[in-house]
Design a protein around this ligand. Sequence first.
Ligand code: HEC
Length: 415
Amino acid sequence: MVRQIFLTGLIFFSTAVTFAQGRGKVDLPDGPGKELVQGACVACHQTDLITGATGYTNERWKHLIGKMINLPEPISSTVAHYLTINFPQNDERHPTLISGDTEVVFQEWTVPTLGQRPRDPLQTPDGMIWWAGMFGSLIGQLNPVTGEMREFKLDPAARPHSIVSDQAGNIWYTGNGNGTVGMLDPETGSITVYPMPDPAARDPHTPVFTRNGDLWFTVQNSNMLGRLVPDTGDIRLKSMPTERAQPYGIKIDSRGMIWIAYRGANKIAMVDPDSWKITEYETPDPDPTMPRSAHIRRIAITSGDMVWYVDSGRGYIGRLNPKTGEFKEWPSPSGPKSHPYAIEIINDIVWYNESGQRPDALVRFDPKTETFQSWAIPSGVGIIRHMRATPDGNLVIHQSSTNTVGLVTIFSSKT
Ligand code: HEC
C-alpha cells in the first residue's frame, strides 16, 4: 500500500530537478522506511549525504527533507522516522563559536524550487539578490525588501555552477553541466548561450570580470582557464601548467592580475591577462611526513594585494604576500575538519565559513589583530560554497542543503 502511494507520489512530486550524482552510494541501515529513502532521496544526490550527515531530531529531519522534496503523508513521516532512528541528533560537529565585538543580522529566504542547490549569490546595485540554482538549472532573483522571488529556467543540462553580473545588469553563468557560458538579460528574460569551442572544456566553474569587461572563468575538472570576450563571443582556453590542478576560485587584484585557487594541488596561481603567463605559488607544507591534502577552494584579496585562501582539506585559512612570496596560515577555530569553503573580504576584514560544522558557521577574521569571531548560520544545514560582498559592504550567503539564500548585515563593533 505504502509502496503504491509512493510510486504515484514520486511521479506526482518529482520536479525538474532529477539528477543523481551517480557516486557516493552507501548502504543504508535496515528498518522500516529504508526502501522509501532509497527511492525518494537519490534523485539529486546519493545516500552518502545521508549517512555522512550529522543526524537530527525528528522535527529537524522533517524540516530538512521539506527543503528538498515534497513527500505526501504517510511517506514523509515514515521517512523522517527512519532517519531519526538511524541518524539521531548529535552535536559532534557543532562549531566552536568565538564571541567578539562585531554584530551581524542574518536574513534568510527559502528559494522556490525545492532541492535546487542554490549557490553563489550576489547583489546587484539595484538591490536585487541573484543566485544560481545548480540542480534546478535556473537563475533566481530575490527582492530582499519585499521577499519576492523569480526563477529563470535555463537549459536543464546547464546546471549553473556560479554567476557574476556585468555593468549593464546582465547575469552571466557557468554551465557546468553542458560546457557552456551563458548570459541572462533580466529585462527581457532572454538567454544567450556560448558553447565551449573545445569539447574537452566540459565543466566551466567560477567566472569573474576583468576591468576591461572580459569574462574569465575556471574549468575545474578539465583543468583549464577560459576567457570570453562579450563583444565578439570569442572564447579562448588554456590548460593549467600543473596536472589535475582543478582550478577553482578566481579573483582579480588591484593591478588586474587574475588569481586562481587550485582545488587539486597545493598551489595558487597568478595569471597575467595580457600575456596569459601563469605563475604558480606553492602553499606551505607544515608536516612533510604526512600526505598533503590539497583543497584550496577559494581566494580573496585585501588591500596591498595580499591573497587570502581557505584550505578546506586542513581546516586553515592562509595569506600569501605575492611581493615576498611569504605565506602565513591560521587554523580555523573549529579545527582540522571545519572545512573552510567560501571566502570574501569586506573593508579588509576576512569573512569565511566552516562548512564542515552543523550549523555551518560564518567566521570573521581581523588580519590586524589576528582574531576570530564566529556565528552559527540560523538555517544552518550548510554549505556556503561562494559568498560575496554587497555594494554597501554587507554579505550575501546561502545554504545549499536548506535551500536558502541570505543577507548578512554587518554592524561595526559594539564599542
Ligand atoms: C530535489 C533534489 C533533492 C532531493 C530529492 C533530495 N535532496 Fe537532499 N540535498 C539536496 C541538495 C541540493 C543538497 C545540498 C548538497 C550540496 O550542497 O552539495 C542536499 C543535501 C542533503 C543532506 C546533507 C545535509 C547537510 O548536512 O548538509 C542530507 C542529509 C540530505 N540531503 C537528505 C535527503 C533525504 C533524506 C532526501 C529524501 C527524503 C533527500 N535528501 C532528497 C537536494 C535533494
